[in-house]
Write a protein that binds this ligand. Structure first.
Ligand code: PLP
Length: 367
């Protein structure tokens, strides 16, 4: 049942869904599982180069650090596709990189659908076209995208209509990861969709999940994930431009007001409509320490995060922002605010009041 609910949300077949323990594990299974399957082939043609793994410096750590690990284990040659100052992949550069570096061998690209720190949306469909032309598999980290926007991306769409949902089997990638806790599901469950033609070597050996992921499943978590997927799917059925405008309008209002009230503050990442998830804003408060701002805001009941939310405790500036060329002083003082589809106008006003209060007390804070 839950498998079918996830499959419906993604527009794929139930058998193609694998449940794991987290988005991170799904990413690991997709990337390491592919590289290990290639390494385990009985016959490797003589002279075939080590597989190529292409990714970017703005990926979540689950991908970035795994890529470094794969390289250190000799499973892949890793190359990073250039991104622009907004953190968006240059598809022309992706094409040249694959053409130059694949060298007739196997290749896998892993690039996110939307960024977890800035909300930047990648041109997934164009990337997939290029990867397919260059005989390269594309794994897409859809953890931030799935459940927030429909699984169509940057057109042209399957039936020529800019608002159609993709039909089964037409996802713009070969493997897709998602994490139900990002769309109001429980923590402790991850999902991997994999094109059935791809052989993955499991990381956990066992009979569960058609042999792709051993170990007794987290049944309550998976049931919760199914319900969250069904609710997200129903919500997305009526998705249109008005939905996106209403949702992003609230974020834009918040952003506009913060910038107006905090001299020197600016947004990291894209701001043009369609280039950024509707729920994310990443604002730099240059010369301030993000940790100090966060502490104060959290005492007042407003939750935000410093760039690298998952590595809380680290005072280092976000490697993602640095990779985009954000100066260190801005990266050190950058906060990410996220809205949900349930966030109200009153809540945004309340958050703004707290930012204004912060602006007036910030002069006495560590810089
Ligand atoms: N990828 C992205 C883009 C994320 O934002 C996250 C988590 O925030 C992950 C991967 C990891 O997912 P999980 O927390 O389910 O392991």
């Amino acid at each position: 049942m839950a498998r079918g609910q996830l499959a419906a949300l993604l527009g794929v077949r139930s058998r193609e869904i694998t449940f794991t323990g987290s988005g991170t594990e799904s990413i690991d299974l997709a990337i390491r599982g592919t590289l290990l399957a290639w390494a385990a082939r009985k016959e490797t043609p003589a002279g075939e180069p080590t597989p190529l793994l292409v990714t970017t410096k703005v990926e979540h750590t689950a991908v970035r650090e795994l890529a470094a690990e794969a390289e250190s284990l000799g499973l892949a040659r890793v190359h990073y596709c250039p991104i622009d100052a907004q953190g968006i992949v240059d598809v022309g550069e992706l094409k040249s990189l694959l053409a130059q570096e694949r060298r007739g061998g196997r290749a896998l690209a892993s690039i996110q659908w939307a960024n977890n720190e800035t909300g930047a949306i990648q041109p997934v469909r164009a990337m997939h076209t290029i990867c397919t032309e260059q005989s390269t598999l594309l794994h897409c980290d859809g953890v931030q995208w799935i459940g927030k926007e429909p699984t169509f991306s940057d057109g042209p769409y399957v039936d020529g209509s800019p608002r159609s949902r993709l039909r089964v089997g037409t996802l713009p990638c070969d493997m897709l990861t998602c994490s139900p806790h990002k769309f109001h599901g429980p923590k402790g469950v991850g999902v991997l969709w994999c094109n059935p033609a791809i052989r993955l070597r499991p990381l956990l050996i066992g009979t569960q999940e058609l042999g792709r992921r051993g170990g007794t499943e987290n049944v309550p978590g998976i049931m919760g994930a199914g319900i969250a997927a069904e609710e997200a799917d129903q919500w997305l059925q009526s998705w249109d431009d008005t939905t996106r405008c209403t949702l992003s309008g609230l974020r834009d209002e918040f952003e506009r007001e913060v910038l107006a009230r905090w001299p020197g503050a600016h947004v990291n990442g894209p701001t043009e409509p369609g280039k950024r998830l509707w729920n994310t804003t990443n604002i730099a408060f240059p010369t301030y320490e993000a940790e100090a701002l966060l502490l104060r805001l959290s005492e007042w009941g407003l939750c935000a995060s410093a760039g690298a939310a998952c590595s809380s405790g680290s005072l280092d500036p976000s490697p993602v922002l640095l990779a985009m060329g954000v100066p260190e002083a801005s990266a050190h003082g950058s906060l990410r605010f996220s809205l949900s589809k349930h966030t109200t106008h009153d809540e945004v006003q309340r958050a703004l009041e707290l930012i204004v209060r912060l602006a007036t007390s910030a002069t006495s804070m560590p810089r």
